[in-house]
Design a protein around this ligand. Sequence first.
Ligand code: PA5
Length: 467
Amino acid sequence: MASPQLLRFNPTGAINPQYGLQEHDLAALTPALERARHEMLQEDSRLYQSTTLPPEKDPLDHGFFEMPERLLKEQSELRAIDQATRLLKEKVDRVVVLGIGGSYMGAKALLDACCKPYFNELSRDERKNNPRIYFEGNNIDNDASQGLLRLLQSGPKTDKPEGRWGIVVISKSGETIETAVAFRQYLAALTTACGGDLAKAAQLVIPVTGKTGRLAKLSQEIGCTQTFPVPDGVGGRFSVLSAVGLVPAALMGLNIERLLQGAADMNEHFRTAPPEKNVVLQYVGATHLLETRRGANIRVLCVWSKALESAGLWYDQLLAESLGKRHMGATPLTTVNTRDLHSRAQQHQEGKRDKVFTNVIVDKWSEPALAVGHSKFDQDKLNQLQTKTLPDLMTAAIQGTNEAYAEDGRPTMDLHLPATDEHSLGQFFQMLMIATVVEGRLLGINPYGQPGVQKYKANMKRILGME
Ligand code: PA5
């Protein structure tokens, strides 16, 4: 079997002496990038086990980095995930994944990128007996939550899987109000669906949570037999390759070992590739220089595939929550092209020079290429394109947009994904998680923790009169 392809990164569209970078700028940053890489590689959690953490490194949720290799090597958690999700799949045809932020966005990214389009609309056979997946507990939106409850309750009345549903509830802290409230409400509905039998309902629930905390206690109390951990030292938005992302991914029928292998391959590349060939260091170097030297503090991730919109939103959270501290940090923005060329391109082409555009380009589409085709009605003048396919049009749109931006000195960079499959997504997640940490070290910002988010939570609890 041919060895799997790695992501490719090309920053040449950002090389522009007037508004962008020059090759020598990147070369001059190499020592600082090397230091940041070295620092990150030293940040093995073991390093701090017996010593006191320096305040600027507290918290140090570095555990995500080695997790892919560890899970692949140990195998025990992967086997348990496989077993628990197989059992649930045999029993139900719909699963609600409850979680928010880092406990949700990675799983949504995987569903949209790696499963067939319109997955939930497909028949059980077409889904290969994998359940339909819904997401809730990521808001406190009354109508959305009621709508999903109604949908679940109105399923076919049968004891076969087609008539039954289950829950995966994910919360590292076990205390996040959106998820906790949803769990209470969905568990009540599930218990009713199980004829009031809580023990039966609990068999259809898989919790993913920290070892201690309210959700861990509740899960035990109601009798959930299989609970998966969010390991200590792995922060929420860095947890997609733990059970947080792996349990939903296994339910979707995805190959979680390939996902982890993609991440492990990215680790190996990051550790060993020289700076000028290292996609992580190149990406960090170019975005960092454009921000600090050229004021490009809006970082636009232009995904050229609908399937990658949620992956872009996952990165929005990662970057914003990790580096948006101490009045610093670039502002992320995901655009889906060509759709958003019709809503944002005007500003991107002629607006403020405060943006860098990273194109995320899929090299191999999953479905056969769809040709424009011939028609005897040629009033739309499309017969001239009849042999062209949608991928041909997309390639022309990418090239045309890059050329238009280049003519005006707008910096673009290309990140190529070999495909929208598990191995590519594993690489993508790991690349951007490492890049965020390296950039944090370069800026002197601790990428872990999110102290600012606690403020609204505390206010909300006070307003509600909660303990
Ligand atoms: O990155 C983070 O830590 C956050 O986005 C959390 O994932 C989010 O707040 C949800 O937290 P929890 O998993 O504790 O419910």
